[in-house]
Design a protein around this ligand. Sequence first.
Ligand code: HEC
Length: 191
Amino acid sequence: MKAIHAITGFICIMVAGCASQPESETVKPDYLKLGDSIAAASFDNLRTALQASVAKDGPEKSIGFCHDNAMALTGKLDSDSIHVYRVAERYRNPANQLKPGDQVAWQQYVTAKSKGDSIFSTITESDSAVDYYKPILLQPMCATCHGQPITNIPESLVRVIDSVYPGDLAKGFAPGDLRGMWHIRFIKPKS
Ligand code: HEC
């Protein structure tokens, strides 16, 4: 019996060894995990800088700070093969409006939310790129700048927002609303 067990064990090890990937094959990155960590780090970069600006100069001056720095902070983790965007249908900065390729993911989030379903990060893959999306929901602390004018956004702040961003569409949100999405594009290495 012992001998049989030993042989079976040996065969199992051999089979497992053969089934494992040959060393030359490249391991596919986990784009969902990678996207989640880049989105979290980008959000942290923005939040830390915004909170510091609000604490130092107050919310009105921080609007100018956002205008001058938010795009650069959003794309701080950009590289030749990774591009980070924050996009929204009702945007404040027109540079952040949905691109044609963002529509499918956006509509999926809108539909799921209208049914009361939870929404999560997703990826879509083509031959040349992987597109990662993550919904951005409004939190109570965001209402000071994206909530209802007067009720949530003080009048003086509304005036500053409208002068820095004429045609702003990003007011009137309530906590839990779909405010926008992270879009991270990974350009695949050429094989
Ligand atoms: C102090 C005011 C302020 C606060 C607080 C604030 N935002 Fe914004 N937000 C802005 C400004 C200004 C912009 C435009 C930035 C730019 O020029 O790229 C912006 C842009 C955005 C965008 C990009 C799309 C667009 O409309 O241009 C998203 C998404 C967003 N904010 C979500 C949030 C969320 C979520 C929170 C809370 C966690 C939040 N914001 C808190 C002022 C604020």
